[in-house]
Write a protein that binds this ligand. Structure first.
Ligand code: AMP
Length: 177
C-alpha cells in the first residue's frame, strides 16, 4: 500500500473527544467520504492487502457498510449485512455478546452463505473486537469460513486483535492508532 494513502487517511480521520460518552476518543471517519478519489484508492488498498481470494463480504452495521459495498463491487462478489437486533426483515440468526456495561445482539439473515464460502468481515474500526468476533460467530453458525477481517482503523491499545485471531489470522487494518 502506498504510504501516502495511509497518510491521507489518517489526516481525514477526525478525533472527537468524549463521544458518545466521557473518556472515549471517537474516530470519526465521515470526512473520508468527502474525498471520492481517496475512497476509491482506499478500497483498492484493501483489495491489494488480501492474501487470497474471498467469496463474499460481511459488512457490519453501520459504518462497515460504506467500504464493504465498495470493496464487494470492485471484486464483483456478494455482500451481506450483519445488523443490530430487530433490523433485518427475514429469518435471522442472532448472537449476543458482552459489552462493558450490558450486552449487544447482532443478527444476519439465514441461508445466504453457500457451502465453503470464504468470507471477509469488514467494519470501520477494530476496538475491543467484540463486534467483529460476534460477526465471526454468525458466519461460523451458517457454515461459512472467516477468511479475513478488514478495518480502516485498528485501535491496537484495546487488544481486539487477540479476540478475533482465533477466527482468522488475516487481520487487515489500513492504519493503526
Ligand atoms: P468493538 O466491538 O469494541 O471492537 O467496537 C467496534 C465497533 O464500535 C465498531 O463498529 C466501531 O464503529 C465502534 N467503535 C468503537 N470504538 C470506537 C471509537 N473509538 N471510534 C469510532 N468507533 C468506535
Amino acid at each position: 500500500m502506498d504510504p501516502l494513502i495511509e497518510t491521507r487517511l489518517r489526516s481525514a480521520i477526525r478525533d472527537i473527544p468524549d463521544f458518545p460518552k466521557p473518556g472515549i476518543m471517537f474516530k470519526d471517519i465521515t470526512p473520508v467520504f468527502l474525498d471520492a478519489k481517496l475512497c476509491d484508492e482506499l478500497a483498492d488498498a484493501f483489495i491489494e492487502k488480501l492474501p487470497g481470494p474471498i467469496d463474499a463480504i460481511c459488512a457490519i452495521e453501520s459504518r462497515g457498510f460504506f467500504f464493504g459495498i465498495m470493496i464487494a463491487n470492485k471484486l464483483k462478489i456478494p455482500l451481506f449485512p450483519v445488523r443490530k437486533a430487530g433490523k433485518l426483515p427475514s429469518k435471522t440468526i442472532s448472537y449476543s455478546y458482552n459489552l462493558e456495561y450490558g450486552s449487544a445482539t447482532l443478527e444476519m439473515h439465514t441461508g445466504i452463505i453457500k457451502p465453503g464460502w470464504r468470507v471477509m468481515i469488514h467494519d470501520d474500526l477494530l476496538a475491543t473486537g467484540g463486534t467483529a468476533a460476534a460477526a465471526a460467530e454468525l458466519i461460523k453458525a451458517e457454515n461459512g469460513k472467516v477468511a479475513a477481517f478488514s478495518f480502516l482503523v485498528e485501535l491496537s491499545f484495546l487488544g481486539g486483535r487477540n479476540k478475533i485471531q482465533p477466527y482468522s489470522n488475516t487481520i487487515l487494518p489500513l492504519t493503526t492508532f
